[in-house]
Design a protein around this ligand. Sequence first.
Ligand code: FES
Length: 158
Amino acid sequence: MTVTALAPAREMLAEIDAIIADHLRLEGPLLPILHGLQAAFGYIPAAAHAPIAQALNITRAELHGVISFYHDFRDKPAGRHVIKICRAEACQAVGAAALSDAVLAGLGLDWHGTTRDGRVTVEPVYCLGLCACGPAAMVDGALKGRVSPEMLLAELGA
Ligand code: FES
């Protein structure tokens, strides 16, 4: 069962408990649990922190360290469209900084920000495997090479 971010708290807590229980017997269950939560909710709900810490016998600080280490884990819901712009070296060498500056300015966002209408979230990513075709980006899971700000914004109708 998938629950949206607007689900009633009791239903969300039940889903969180079910996801934790589903992965608890795995060796190294933390990352599978976090991936399961993000798949279900689109982010890692704060309400999941205490149950995870308790189930895995880790501190909430340790859990926070893991969540914040991996750029893919969100602490809030993303917009309906997600643009990930590569910030790794090869793309930086071919204009990724100018690309991201223009896209963020065009949407009025900072990194990890979501437009007020909930339409677009822009996130950094560190190599998409398209290094020879930089600057690279991903729009709703689709890889894009040699992108320009105009291309990305046009795809979103921005
Ligand atoms: S450095 Fe950007 S895709 Fe590899």
